[in-house]
Design a binder for this molecule. Sequence first.
Ligand code: ADP
Length: 482
Amino acid sequence: MRSAEARITTLLIVAIMLVVGTTYWLVMQHEQLTAWFLFRGAIVVAGTAGCALLAVVALRRDALKYRRILLDQVQSCVLADGAATLPPPRDPSARPLVANLRQRIDTLQSRADQLQVQKKNLEIQLRLADAQRRQSQIMINGISDAVIVTDTFDELILANPPAADVFKFDPATAAKRSIASLLDTMGAKLVADISDMRQNHTRTTRRTVEHQFEIEGSPRTFSVTMSCVMDNSDQFCGIVTVLHDRTRENEISKMKTDFVSHVSHELRTPLSSIKAYAELLVDGEATDDKTRSEFYHIIQAEADRLSRLIDNILNISRIESGMMKINKKAVSLNGILKQVLEVAMPSAREKNIQLIDQITPVFSQIEADRDMIYQSALNLVSNAIKYTPAGGTARLSLAVDDNTNEIIVLVIDTGVGIPPESMKHLFEKFYRVEQHKNMAKGSGLGLNLTRQIIESIHKGRMIVQSEYGKGSTFGFALPIMA
Ligand code: ADP
């Protein structure tokens, strides 16, 4: 419609120009070139030029108007979100353009739809991955060993609290950080191992090495297992590193080895003695009754020592493994301690040591295994006699501490005392103070067994005080029965 208007306007103007031009030409045929003629000619030319200008302005105005209408249509269609709403153009010449536009818009629309679907899929995948990540995190948090999961760039994906504890990093901010910065200088060798594993994952998929880390000032040994993680299409995704603290296991294993070697050594000493004296007797080396009797006594004493040693070892291992048969009853300590004094008196006399009875009558009772308490008190009194030189004293006392509601048994001697550096080792298995080794025979098991009986079985506590060169006080406190 608009286009038709424009065409009519153009035709009108062209027609005017033709009429004016033709008229002028006809006039020119009959007239002389006078000033009047020239004036009229100029008016005709100016009129023609005016008409032409008018025609151009009208044309331009129509073209602009038409362009605006077209743009409005396209815009309204785009705003209406779809080519389907684009009305057919009134001007047939604009139809190819609109059809093209419609096609473009359709393509864009379907692309936008596809992207929308892709976006939704990605959102679902992201949520799924996030849920899986959280689940993995929960699972590795439940593992007591330190676990570190790294990606193909040696950056941290997951780590559990024990790993954060070992390497002192904050698990909340550690994700996506390079392990070199997280493990710092402390784990530089481990970082190198993980890197090496990542680069050479085709050669091996699992590797176990041992690493030592200094944690809170003490060295700890870790067994480190690195495993490559592959996806379904065998593509390398990262490395799972598990650090198992073997420090305690190594210590226990060493303790077991030491224990076996100590036991064999301790057993060999009395056994060699028994064997040697028995051989002398068999070979008839003891010619008179006195010598034979002496040999028999040595054999008997060594056999007793052997038996005590074996009893101690067995008792300690039974208590430690919880297999000890315990027969707890309400007992009074007076009778038990009197019996200890009676048994120990001969050896005290033999060594010229005054064994003093300071057992005050105590009516309170304790719930205890009588034989075990007897054994503990006897160990302490025997030690007091063993480690006190002739002429010294050893006292056995019994008292009640009303403040703590405990019965206190003390053995106070005027013996050699204990060097301060040895105090913390006294209750270790097979420990003997170096300076005392020539003073008396022993196995270093008595105090360990006594402590196990008092503290583990009877929930009491051991008491030790000593001044090197002056004497010692060993004892125990047991809770009074309610
Ligand atoms: P042992 O069989 O060697 O006596 P114990 O376990 O009973 O083993 O004692 C461990 C060590 O503690 C002894 O070897 C000794 O050096 C020291 N000891 C124990 N009691 C005393 C004491 N009353 N005076 C000095 N040292 C003692």
